[in-house]
Design a protein around this ligand. Structure first.
Ligand code: NAD
Ligand code: IPM
Ligand code: MN
Length: 368
């Protein structure tokens, strides 16, 4: 059997910095656990544009379709802000999601005990939090047509279209119900059925899928604006949240702050199973390229490290090894190690990106 294959796309800004720590953990698994990966690396985002004039070269796209899993750092940066929309760094990531058909974006938000004091919310609101946002990732207003900026008379008009088919809603709903069955068996679906037809259809289809296939799971519905409020009021009421592409983008950044920092939140973007039975998959932190701290060794690598843990669990059926990585992260946080984004009034031991990677590796060694 050949080793499982990984395509690593570090991207821009802090992407390469946090991914360097993941590379060390991948090497650790080869050396210490006999779990070796066939790793290749390529460009995505602004760095791909700089080299090829496109944020995702066709060869990279083809490679992404072949491998067992893709790991991505982050894309984007202010130096690319004035580029034509079609070649912006973010388009590279959106192309990967669309062409790999990665419709279910799993964004877990867990509050580690050591950080419960650090969240901007009260400790009792976030302590022990463990929720999963399932964001639809290949459709909705991100991809709907018509789109663009047109001119009518003396005015420019910006247009984007929210569009969802029944089957797009049904498949992401199934992903959410399946996940709920392995967790606390509850799904809350969020849309704005009060003002959007696409929200009305969303609610209907989720309800139909629930009644036909998942009536053992508890289902509730909430308007997404109220959902945002409830997420900050009492987030522990939720188990799995399923929502569309745009609401999922917003709600997952919000959920990040329940855990203490955007630098903590991993994600898995999953599609249909490939011939080998593994889902098409891309793993990436929820955060972006953080231009304000890039190149300074300040970035928190934990979101990217936990994204690799999700790859172990969802692509390689190595749930125990994923838990080993998660426990190592828990340990270093309990030991008080803090990158700058996690440094609050209660203090801690300041560490750089590499320092955090060193500590996670040491905790992994200690787990043997
Ligand atoms: P961002 O997530 O890059 O940064 C928001 C804030 O969080 C910044 O203050 C940043 O320093 C901080 N932060 C983020 N990740 C961190 C980490 N790992 N450690 C410590 N602090 C961290 O969002 P933004 O500033 O709105 O966007 C910057 C660029 O990133 C834009 O070009 C945007 O399009 C892009 N972006 C890319 C992705 C992605 O690649 N998946 C996601 C979001 C934004
Ligand atoms: C995310 C990001 C992306 C999104 C951008 C960079 C395309 O914000 O992954 O959350 O909007 O989906
Ligand atoms: Mn986002």
């Amino acid at each position: 059997m050949p080793n499982p294959s990984l395509l690593i796309l570090p991207g821009d800004g802090i992407g390469p910095e946090v991914m360097a720590e993941v590379r060390r953990i991948i090497d650790w698994f080869g050396a210490k656990r006999g779990i070796a990966f066939d790793v290749s690396e390529d460009l995505v985002g602004g760095c791909a544009y700089d080299k090829h004039g496109t944020p995702l070269h066709d060869d990279t796209m083809a490679r992404a379709q072949e491998v067992d899993a893709v790991l991505l750092g982050a894309v984007g940066g202010p130096q690319y802000d004035s580029l034509d929309f079609s070649v912006k760094p973010e388009r590279g990531l959106l192309r990967l999601r669309k062409e790999m058909d990665l419709y279910a974006n799993l964004r877990p938000a867990q509050c580690f005990d050591a950080l419960a004091d650090f969240s901007s919310l009260k400790k009792n609101v976030v302590a022990g939090l463990d929720i999963m946002i399932v964001r639809e990732l290949t459709s909705g207003i991100y991809f709907g047509e018509p789109r663009g900026i047109i001119r009518e008379g003396n005015e420019r008009i910006g247009i984007n279209t929210q569009r969802y088919t029944e089957s797009e809603i049904a498949r992401v709903a199934r992903s959410a119900f399946e996940l709920a069955r392995k967790r606390s068996n509850r799904v809350c679906s969020m849309e704005k059925a009060n003002v959007m037809e696409s929200g009305v259809l969303w609610r209907e289809v989720v309800t139909e899928v629930h009644q036909a296939e998942y009536s053992d799971v508890e289902l509730s519905h909430m308007y997404a604006d109220a959902g945002a409020m409830q997420l900050t009021r009492w987030p522990k009421q939720f188990d799995v949240i399923v929502t569309d592409n745009l609401f999922g983008d917003l709600l997952s950044d919000l959920a990040a702050m329940l855990t203490g920092s955007l630098g903590m939140l991993p994600s898995a973007s999953l599609g249909a199973p490939m011939a080998n039975g593994r889902p098409k998959a891309l793993y990436e932190p929820v955060h972006g390229s953080a231009p304000d701290i890039a190149g300074q060794g300040k970035a928190n690598p934990i979101a990217c490290i936990l994204s690799f843990a999700m790859a172990l669990r969802y692509s390689f059926d190595l749930g125990d090894e994923a838990a080993r990585v998660e426990k190592a992260v828990e340990q270093v946080l309990a030991d008080g190690l803090r990158t700058a984004d996690l440094m609050g009034p209660e203090g801690g031991t300041p560490v750089s990106t590499t320092g955090m990677g060193d500590a996670v590796l040491a905790a992994l060694d200690a787990s043997l």
